[in-house]
Ligand binder design. Sequence first.
Ligand code: IVH
Length: 686
Amino acid sequence: MPAPRQAAERAEALRAEIERHNYAYYVLDAPTVPDAEYDRLFRELQSLEIQHPDLLTPDSPTLRVGGHPLPEFAPVRHAVPMLSIKTETDTGPEGARSFDARVRRALGLEEGAPPVEYAAELKFDGLAISLRYEDGVLMRAATRGDGESGEDVTQNVRTIRRIPLRLHGAAPDLLEVRGEVFMSRPDFERYNARQRALAKPTLVNPRNGAAGSIRQLDPTVAAERPLSFYAYGVGESRGWALPLNHSGTLDALEAFGIPVCEHRIVVRGAEELISFHARILALRDALPFDIDGVVYKVNSLAEQKQLGFVSREPRWAVAHKYPAQEEMTEVVGIEVQVGRTGKLTPVARLAPVFVGGVTVTNATLHNEDEVRRKDVRVGDTVIVRRAGDVIPEVVAVIKERRPKSVEHEEPWNLFKAVKGVCHACGSAIARDEGEVDWRCTAGLYCPAQRKQAILHFASRRALDIEGLGEKLVDQLVERKLVESVADLYDPGRINVESLAGLERMGEKSAQNIVAAIEASKDTTLARLIYALGIRNVGEATAKDLARHFGSINGLMETGAEELQRVPDVGPVVAESIAGFFAEPHNREVIARLEQAGVRGRAETRPTEEAAVVAGLTFVLTGTLPRLTREEAAALIEAQGGKVSGSVSKKTDYVVAGEDAGSKLDKARALGVAVIDENGLRLLLGN
Ligand code: IVH
């Protein structure tokens, strides 16, 4: 039974409205409705179509979410073949000049004849698609295939929101739009991030992403992949007065609601082509999608006809390339670098490869998880990417090229590769929970971190050593005058004479620096803790720690568990602190600082904590690690607490040391809180 007229009218109105919103959102990038309203309209249309299947039209936006899986793609013959264009491999200006010369010769132009008019546009790096609009409705989309016939990928192409399902305005009887389907970089990154979070396979690059999505037999899978489209020409057409030139054709397509890239221009002669090529190259890295060059086309369609084709390539068009941003090469080793902040980064050593305009011999692998995820091994052939100024990275392994011998190797493991230590200083490495990076724990000692550690130590909010800036620190470290922050206070190393001999230094500046170093000894504990550069310990945490421990030694001797009792110190921060002080190299530096007189004075005594202890009853049992029982009792009493000899319900805390006996058992039986010496120190605020 056909649907009632009312329903049919409503469905048509919904289709038009939804597509208007789609166009505004995806093509104009100017949303017209909130998502919730869009969803409501969409669902209303869906339910109308379910109730009245005869209302489902080929231009219904509900088809954009994908339909049933196909057994295979049907072949499609292209009435107008989809040809490719010649590639000008000379990436320099000669590429444009030789094309222009060929065109002029073929058009029979004399030396002095006016310059030829060209349309210049981008060469998108995706895959070619032909969209067939009949009476303005998208009826079929096909891949290029061999140029003569391709595959029917209509279902998948309908999921691309930027492609209109119905042309705007008065549409021709028939119009085939030709262009490129691609995945933008941000969409690619977002998609991969989501896949990683779901532990699902990721895409190697946007190009593969686009090609793979279009050739998905299950359109719901294709619908999940965010694709884009730009038109660059037309195929067959009927009932349409073709514009006189190529630029006019693109303008007309744009008026039909088809996305056409804004980076297009009409120019005259080779020199203007060259400047377009250069201008777009400068813009390349800022574009949200990959291009591999620009395309020049003779603008006049009459001249295009005159020029015709040679061996199935138009003589009127050429692709003028840019250096490739991705290339293949072999991994000859995997090394680990220590950065200025102690971060350990796996780096692939590569067989030299020319990519992104330079020869690349190493590429970052980011972190251990990335190496595992990509499963990069020594001996593998990989794709390396270098875009703009970005550090070259290994994009993916080409598994088909993996040698047999490599297949049997174990996946790479950072800890094993470096045998658990930082190669720059031999100290322990650690990886915090929830973190992707391994780090060297010897921040005060490690040569790789030296400059950074010294600069931080001397910075204004830390020990505030005026004049100790980057240039000076560079020289101090490079001349081995300073190897750790403790060396700053060694008069045998740092003195007016040794400083005065450095670049941009005179007697006076040297005296100033020496005085500033001397003055820095008088500092607060909070500043000193902050100055140590313990990971995750900023100024606020340093202040909390100073207030609680009262001395660097108290802090140094406290384990991760106890540290968590300090307000705002969670497990991660506690681990960072404990890990830092567990590294003997760091302790050595602190001991030397202390000897030199850099101790950090405790500021006002903690009143809050004193109030905690006052009025409480403590029982001491067993041997405490650092305090005798008398000392502990004196400290408690000094803050207004009481010390009792036996445990009862009235006892507030039992302080238990080693070999605690029956008092501990009794405390447990009565449910009295049991703490150790560190716990007591925390309560005492020291
Ligand atoms: S014009 C007859 N314009 O590059 C001319 N092609 O070999 C037909 N491509 O696979 C092509 N951007 O998919 C043209 N602005 C552009 C293009 C472009 C990318 C692709 C196209 C084809 C190949 C040309």
